[in-house]
Design a protein. Structure first.
Length: 383
């Protein structure tokens, strides 16, 4: 007898399974280079840790407002004024348990069971898996080199004609490839969503980690989009589990009621720490300079390893490489690479069920020494 619900049957995230396997190897004494999971090797900035330390010492760590501590919501609103010249009312900001928490809240608030939501392939696997678990249809729109691996208004209209889409979720920079949508193309997607009656959810978690590509928030083009962001990546706070979303103001009360019931509030220490993260720019820009150097090194050396067929690496800290010439099973490739060399990379199968088996994702969020050593080991192994 199967005594678990059908909807709880959810796909694993291979990157995390691989990270677990890599930790296992490390515990057994092997030297492991972590290029699988998308998390900064750099510690959380000093000012953030100090703020958290003060909060813990103070000890007043209670429930907070379900939408988040008001001063944090104001500070997040201020971020949009500073980075994009946009006036966002703090009432539109909802503090969440990472962007992961925001996806759950947004999907629950915006869609009913049976609604179809589109997403790109390749794309972040949790979108598809959460949608399915919530009883929603996850409609993958395959992207190709022809459209620079992004969804165009025409592709959206075609999918809408077939699936009556209620929503679209996109990330720019995208995971797994770091590829971005140019501002004019983003404006066109926002316009197409409006015309077709599709709610756009824009995942901007990798904003701040962009290497020369123009960055615009979807909020610049419409107040109707739902924008999700997080302290995990640019702010080096993956384990704190804190993020946010910006929504049309009329949605705020519903999100407040959902948050009250689902989690009461986001971890109070993480909220205090998150607020301090906006004062850590100097330290964080140094961390980003390290990613930029890693990215340069990989872009220089990967072609000579036969791994030069890459998606445009505009941002985030990933490179997505075509490995079709060496394998048609990137999962087996990644497991063998880890076993033989101790280098952990992510099989593309997480991100794209069709072309994923011929791709791997390399994260360069680690130290320069590790990236260089990882490349040496891969080079020796592929020879
Ligand atoms: C595109 C994207 N969105 C969301 C997340 C989840 O991040 P968090 O819940 O830590 O904010 C990730 C994590 O890797 C990601 O790559």
């Amino acid at each position: 007898m199967n005594d678990l619900s059908k909807r709880s049957v959810i796909a694993p995230i291979q990157a995390i399974d691989l990270m677990t396997a890599a930790f296992d190897l490390q515990r057994k004494g092997r030297s492991v280079i972590h290029m699988a999971v998308g998390q900064p090797a750099a510690p959380t900035p000093w000012v953030v840790r100090e703020a958290a330390e003060r909060a813990v010492r103070d000890g007043k760590i209670g429930y907070t407002e379900a939408l988040g501590i008001p001063s944090l919501r104001e500070r997040i609103a201020c971020y949009y004024a500073e980075t994009h010249g946009l006036e966002i009312a703090p009432d539109r900001v909802v503090v969440t348990t990472g962007s992961s928490g925001a996806f759950n809240l947004a999907f629950l608030a915006l869609f009913d069971v049976g609604d179809n939501v589109a997403l790109p392939a390749p794309g972040y696997p949790a979108y598809r898996n959460i949608l399915k678990t919530l009883g929603l249809g996850a409609i993958e729109i395959p992207t190709t080199e022809d459209t620079r691996w992004t969804i165009t208004p025409d592709m959206l209209a075609e999918a809408h004609a077939r699936h009556d889409l209620k929503g679209l979720i996109l990330a720019s920079p995208n995971n797994p490839n770091g590829t971005m949508i140019a501002p004019k193309d983003l404006a066109a997607i926002v316009e197409a969503c409006k015309r077709l009656g599709i709610r756009l959810i824009m995942d901007e978690i990798y904003h701040g980690l962009v290497y020369g590509f123009p960055t615009e928030t979807a909020l610049s083009f419409s107040d109707e989009v739902v924008v999700i962001n997080s302290f995990s990546k640019y702010y080096c706070m993956t384990g704190w589990r804190i993020g946010w979303m910006v929504v049309p103001e009329r949605f705020t009360r519903t999100l407040e009621c959902l948050s009250q019931n689902l989690s009461l509030c986001v971890n109070a220490v993480a909220q205090i720490a998150g607020q301090a993260a906006f004062d850590a720019t100097e330290e964080l820009e140094q961390v980003k300079a390290g990613y930029a150097a890693n990215r340069d090194l990989l872009l220089e050396r990967l072609p000579s390893l036969g791994l030069g067929k890459l998606h445009p690496a505009d941002g985030a800290f990933y490179l997505y490489a075509d490995v079709a010439h060496v394998t048609s099973d990137s999962m087996q490739f990644a497991r063998k690479l880890l076993q033989d060399t101790g280098v952990a990379v992510t099989p593309g199968i997480d991100f794209d069920s069709i072309l994923g088996p011929q791709h791997i994702r390399l994260s360069y969020a680690g130290s320069q020494r590790d990236v260089s050593e990882g490349l040496d080991r891969i080079e020796g192994w592929l020879k």
